[in-house]
Every structure is written in C-alpha cells, then in structure tokens.
Design a binder for this molecule. Structure first.
Ligand code: AP5
Ligand code: ZN
Length: 218
C-alpha cells in the first residue's frame, strides 16, 4: 500500500497516519517530522529549514524532493509507505510522477479552517515518535506525558495562532491545488493515476478512522 494523505495543517493527518500505518504495516513518512528532527539535531538541512518553518512557510522543493527520494529507497519501504505532508506543491507531485513512483490512493482529510485553529492550540506532541495528542479531544493518559514512553510532551514552535494563520494561507495557495491535480488525473487516466478519495475530518478521532478505512476498502 502506497498512499498520500492530503489535508490542511491540523486536519488530522498525523493522527490518522498512525492507525493506517499500523494496519498496513507500512512506515509513516512525515516530511514535517523529518524536518523537525533535522532542526533538533542541527544538521545542515535543519539549519536551512528552521527559520522557514517557524515562519510557517515551505522549505524549498529541491531539498524536500531529495529528502523523500532518499527515504523511499530505504528497505522498510518495499511494501509501501504513507506520505504525510508530502507532496505539498505541484513541483513535488510532478517529481514523484516523473520518478515513476506509483501511488495507490490519495486520501484527502477535509476540515474547515475555523475548526483548525482550536485543534492547533491544544495540540501536544511527543517529539521522538511524532505521537500527537490534544488537551481536550485526544488527551494523554497522564497530563503532559506520552502514553508509551512517559516522556514529556511539548507544544510545536509553529503552533502559535499567527503562524497557524500563515500556514493555512500557504496551504490554500500552494497545496490545495493538489486536490484538483489528483482528482483530474484520476478522471483522465484511471489506470495509472492514484485513486482519489476525500472524507470529512470533522467528528471524533475514532469516527474519522472508520471513514479512512472505508475509503481505502474499494
Ligand atoms: P507538517 O508537520 O507537515 O505540518 P502540517 O501539514 O502543517 O500539518 P500538522 O502536522 O500541523 O497537522 P496534521 O494534519 O498532522 O494534524 P494532527 O494529526 O497533528 O509541516 C510543518 C512544516 O514543515 C511546514 O509548515 C513546512 O515549513 C515544513 N514542511 C513539511 N513538509 C513539507 C513539504 N513537503 N514541503 C515543504 N515544506 C514542508 O492534528 C492536529 C491536532 O488536532 C492535534 O492536537 C490532534 O490531537 C487534534 N485532532 C486530530 N484529530 C482530531 C479530531 N477528529 N477532532 C478533534 N481534534 C483532533
Ligand atoms: Zn502532522
């Protein structure tokens, strides 16, 4: 299974990715998680990405495309993978197509922008694993601690309201066009294009997981 999760910042991509990856036994390739790890480790990539991420902009296509190509060449990707937060621009999508990377499904999680601000302000993450919680909607068993390791949860640097608004604008301008890109491709060339599915991301986490699996069944 090879799939792309498409959706605005805070739509719940990371949250649902965990369930999908567990069910299909595939790795979650989150370019956001990879970049945050690079920033933390102070690698050359991290140094280039830090300011752009804090400002809510996008890291350059060339850097991201190289990062992903290297990642999907790893042995754990032979049975598939899930892209979370990639591709995010038309050139990134074109690069995968030109490289002949076949994708089975593009799944869009659709959440109105108004619901997103609240989700982001309550988000807490376990940086080492990428596990994601929400103080109200998806709380950890012990406040401020990761369920699996018991380590501290943190708030992301880019979850300030002002930065979230900027990220939503960047999504609308640069990433949202991918909805039509994949939808049109699926109509034009159904044999080669990924299947396109769109579900509502409003409701409980469990309810959305049910929708995700129903969408991937056919
Ligand atoms: P990235 O990490 O990809 O961030 P994003 O796309 O903005 O998405 P998020 O991680 O914010 O949201 P999500 O959809 O995963 O939601 P989550 O499940 O956490 O990218 C960060 C930055 O890196 C970018 O801004 C850019 O600078 C750079 N970058 C990354 N990839 C790039 C690329 N390809 N090209 C260029 N630059 C790139 O959920 C959000 C919250 O809501 C959580 O608290 C969660 O618990 C809660 N929640 C989840 N589901 C529900 C529900 N059903 N009801 C209520 N609350 C819920
Ligand atoms: Zn995420």
């Amino acid at each position: 299974m090879r799939l792309i999760l498409l959706g605005a910042p805070g739509a719940g991509k990371g949250t649902q990715a965990a369930f999908i990856c567990q069910k299909y036994g595939i790795p979650q390739i989150s370019t956001g998680d990879m970049l945050r790890a690079a920033v933390k480790a102070g690698t050359p990539l991290g140094l280039q990405a830090k300011q752009v991420m804090e400002a809510g902009g996008l890291v350059s296509d060339d850097l991201i495309i190289d990062l992903v190509k290297e990642r999907i060449a790893q042995p754990d990707c032979v049975n598939g993978f899930l892209f979370d937060g990639f591709p995010r621009t038309i050139p990134q999508a074109d690069a995968m197509r030109e490289a002949g990377v076949r994708i089975d499904y593009v799944l869009e999680i659709d959440v109105p922008f108004e619901a997103i601000i609240e989700r982001m302000s309550g988000r807490r993450v376990h940086p080492a694993s990428g596990r994601t919680y929400h103080i109200k909607y998806n709380p950890p068993k012990v406040e401020g601690k990761d369920d699996v390791t018991g380590e501290d949860l943190i708030q992301r640097d880019d979850d300030k309201e002002e930065t979230v608004r900027k990220r939503l604008q960047v999504y609308a301008d640069q990433t949202r066009p991918l909805v039509d890109y994949y939808r049109d491709w699926a109509v034009r060339d159904p044999l080669n294009a990924p299947k396109y599915r769109s579900i509502s991301g409003l409701g409980t986490v469990e309810k959305i997981t049910e929708r995700v699996f129903a969408a991937l069944r056919d």
